[in-house]
Design a protein around this ligand. Structure first.
Ligand SMILES: [Zn+2]
Length: 227
């Protein structure tokens, strides 16, 4: 049994006590911020050419990387930008456990600060990237296991950014974090919007899981004492 399976079974146990839907087979992503919205208004810039701010499209398309002798350039915005002010809490947002893959906690050369976390959803690994954090606000290190709703940093505008927001990006990858589709026009990123449950909050899921686990423990203790 892999580490993901063991941890996810633990979460499943916690969540099922409260009869919340169990861990989903397909990817479900909760709101990594604290903002509620009825009409997706907290997405300040969407994914892809159509949803990229017209004034920024040319800038995105000029971002290119060389890989194995081939040049790859962005077609447009390769994530979603979520509304958040400086200092706001950001949470890991997949119901499945994640493993911290990369941490950039110092704003060297204006690259900006953020964290990358790998999770496994229905047999496929995904790299979740959260960017533009306040320098020094990430308390996790590479290899740490994170649960849905755990705080992963504080929002800001570090790196290539025109104002405070969270850049959230999802890339299918392998177990070691190698990106599956470098040549898809978005450096391997897919549009996370169809998977996002906009008004369900990652931090609430954490509370449910913890409550469930405590209750499970109490039931066991009572059974040991009286049965
Ligand atoms: Zn962005």
């Amino acid at each position: 049994m892999g580490w993901e399976t063991s941890f996810n079974l633990l979460i499943l146990l916690g969540q099922n006590i409260f009869l919340i839907q169990p861990i989903e087979n397909n990817m479900i992503l909760y709101n990594p911020t604290d903002h509620r919205s009825d009409n997706n208004t907290y997405i300040v810039q969407g994914f892809g050419i159509k949803n990229t701010s017209p004034s920024l499209l040319k800038d995105y398309q000029s971002i290119c990387i060389w890989r194995n002798g081939e040049k790859y350039c962005l077609k447009g915005h390769n994530g979603v930008d979520l509304y958040c002010k400086r200092g706001e809490l950001i949470y890991y947002n997949s119901p499945n456990v994640g493993r911290v893959y990369k941490v950039n906690n110092e704003d060297n050369n204006s690259a900006g600060c953020g964290i990358e976390i790998i999770s496994k959803e229905d047999g496929q690994y995904y790299k979740h990237t959260y960017w533009h954090f306040i320098a020094g606000s990430i308390k996790h290190k590479v290899g740490d296991i994170v649960f849905c709703g755990q705080q992963i940093g504080l929002g800001d505008s570090t790196g290539w950014s025109t104002g405070d927001h969270l850049h959230y990006m999802v890339k299918p990858c392998d177990k070691d974090g190698n990106i599956d589709f470098w040549d898809n026009g978005y450096f391997g990123a897919i549009d996370p919007t169809p998977y996002m449950v906009l008004n369900t909050f990652a931090k609430d899921r954490l509370k449910i899981t913890i409550k469930g686990l405590i209750l499970q423990l109490l039931i066991r203790l009572i059974k040991i004492k009286y049965v």
